[in-house]
Design a protein around this ligand. Structure first.
Ligand code: GLN
Length: 217
C-alpha cells in the first residue's frame, strides 16, 4: 500500500514538537523539511493546534516535571488516549512507555505504548554508541542510529510491533517499536539527519485526519 498523501490543496499536516526541554529544534526542522508544518508545543493551547506530536530526547525526569508545570500533561494524556499519532525518541520513548525502571519515584509516563523500559541501561562503557539498523517497513537502506544514554526495552507487550533491534553484548534489544499510531525509537534519528521515522509520523497524521481521530477537542 502506498503511503497516504494529502489531496492537492489539502492543508499540510500540523505536527507538534514538545519543546519543554531537549533537542526539539532539530525535530521541528526535520518536520518542516518533509513538507509538514511544525509547531513548538509548550502550552495546552499550542497542543490544541497540532494533529500529531514528537516527544524529543532530553532528560525524561526533567521533562516529566515540566509537563506538570506547563499544564500540558493532562491534555496530552487525553489526546494520546484518543489516538493522536506520536513519535517518541530516547527520553520521549521513556515518557510514552507503560513502565519505567530507574526513573525518579515521582516520574510518570503516558502508558501510550505497552513497553517496559529501563533508563540509561546500555551500560557505562556504551553510554553513547552508533549502529546501522534495518527497520522493518522502512525502505532506502539502513538507518544510522545515534544512541545517547539510551533506554533499554525490557518488556514488550503483545500488541507492540518491534521494527528494529540492536545487538549489545550478545542480546538483541528492541530499539524501534510501534503500537497503533505511537512510534518510538531509543535513539536520535534527527541527529543523523534521517527523516524516515518522522515521515511515518506524518503519514499517521494524514491517515488519522481522514478518520477524524487526531482532531483537537
Ligand atoms: N537518559 C535520558 C533519560 O533518561 C535520555 C537520554 C536522551 O534522550 N538522549 O531521560
Amino acid at each position: 500500500m502506498s503511503p497516504p498523501s494529502p489531496r492537492a490543496g489539502a492543508p499540510r499536516a500540523v505536527v507538534g514538537v514538545l519543546a519543554l526541554q531537549g533537542d526539539f529544534a532539530e525535530h521541528a526542522q526535520m518536520i518542516e523539511s518533509l513538507g509538514a508544518r511544525a509547531v513548538e508545543v509548550r502550552s495546552p493551547a499550542e497542543l490544541d493546534e497540532v494533529e500529531g506530536l514528537v516527544l524529543p530526547g532530553g532528560e525524561s525526569t526533567t521533562l516529566s516535571m515540566l509537563l506538570d508545570w506547563s499544564g500540558v500533561r493532562e491534555p496530552l494524556e487525553r489526546r494520546l488516549r484518543s489516538g493522536m499519532p506520536a513519535l517518541g525518541t530516547c527520553a520521549g520513548m521513556i515518557l510514552l512507555a507503560r513502565e519505567v525502571v530507574g526513573g525518579r519515584p515521582d516520574q510518570r509516563t503516558f502508558a501510550a505504548i505497552d513497553l517496559g523500559v529501563r533508563r540509561n541501561a546500555f551500560g557505562r562503557q556504551v553510554d553513547s554508541f552508533e549502529a546501522d539498523l534495518d527497520v522493518e517497513g522502512i525502505e532506502g537502506g539502513a538507518m544510522h542510529a545515534v544512541f545517547i544514554r539510551a533506554p533499554v526495552v525490557e518488556r514488550v507487550g503483545p500488541g507492540v510491533e518491534v521494527l528494529a533491534t540492536v545487538e549489545v553484548a550478545g542480546v538483541h534489544r528492541p530499539v524501534v517499536c510501534r503500537e497503533g499510531a505511537v512510534l518510538v525509537a531509543a535513539f536520535h534519528p534527527e541527529l543523523a539527519g534521517d527523516g524516515r521515522l518522522h515521515a511515518l509520523l506524518i503519514d499517521a497524521v494524514l491517515t488519522a485526519r481522514r478518520s477524524g481521530v487526531s482532531a483537537a477537542p
